[in-house]
Design a protein around this ligand. Structure first.
Ligand SMILES: [Zn+2]
Length: 233
């Protein structure tokens, strides 16, 4: 690799590969997986809190209704002591029985809600106990990824520092062509290996090879008739 344009191409190819590697670091996936895990954890926590709020409200409402029923029943029981007419007593008894039934079903529902509350509180305690571990995994993954990025950034900086020097060694006309080609191709300058252009990997005819060799001999660089890349020997 003697020609400066090939050195420039090699440096820029290396930089492209590093940028690609930086984008596709396996550590990036690990960070994303740890973030997803934490997100799911947070969602579960929110759902549990939401359910606990619902149950709390349900229990509170049920207790208020039970309290009203108790008050009403006390009143009816007091009334029972003063009634004389059997039909009136019967009606009161019926009303009290209805209240007792309602009171009973409220108690059952409340008990069920309280059992669910206890169960969810236990689950929530377990869940909250996982937070520290999940956050530790995420920050460890983050740190590993940052270190890998920093490594690559360091290499990229070293390459960037060499580019000006490499470009200064290339003939201005060739450099202009190279820059134009680089807008379309990753590899803009390639070698001619036998009759094959190492840019497009196509074989040139014997006549074309001769032409390219003549171009290289006269101006230093050739031109692939297939892809238009700069060709060197
Ligand atoms: Zn070619």
């Amino acid at each position: 690799m003697s020609h400066p344009i090939l050195e420039l191409q090699a440096a820029e190819t290396m930089a492209d590969q590093l940028k690609h590697r930086r984008q596709n670091l396996p550590e990036r996936e690990q960070v994303q997986a740890a973030r997803n895990e934490l997100f799911r954890w947070d969602q579960s926590r929110a759902l549990m809190h939401q359910r606990l709020d619902e149950l709390g409200a349900q229990i509170e409402k049920s207790e208020a209704e039970s309290h009203d029923i108790d008050k009403h029943r006390t009143k009816l029981e007091a009334q029972m002591k003063t009634v004389i007419a059997p039909r009136e007593a019967e009606a009161l008894q019926h009303e009290i029985a209805t209240l007792n039934e309602r009171r009973g079903s409220l108690d059952d529902a409340e008990l069920g809600a309280m059992e669910e509350q206890t169960r969810i509180e236990d689950e929530l305690t377990t869940l909250l106990g996982q937070e520290h571990a999940l956050r530790s995994v995420l920050s460890a993954c983050d740190a590993t990824m940052s270190a890998a990025e920093l490594d690559i950034d360091g290499e990229l900086e070293r390459i960037a520092g060499r580019l000006d020097g490499l470009r200064a060694k290339v003939d201005a006309g060739v450099l202009k062509r190279y820059d134009r080609l680089r807008q379309h191709f990753v590899v803009a300058a390639a070698t001619l290996a036998g009759s094959r252009c190492e840019g497009c990997h196509l074989d040139l005819s014997a006549h074309e090879v001769d032409d390219v060799k003549d171009e290289i001999a006269s101006s230093g660089v050739g031109d692939c008739p297939q892809c238009g890349r700069i060709l060197l020997r």
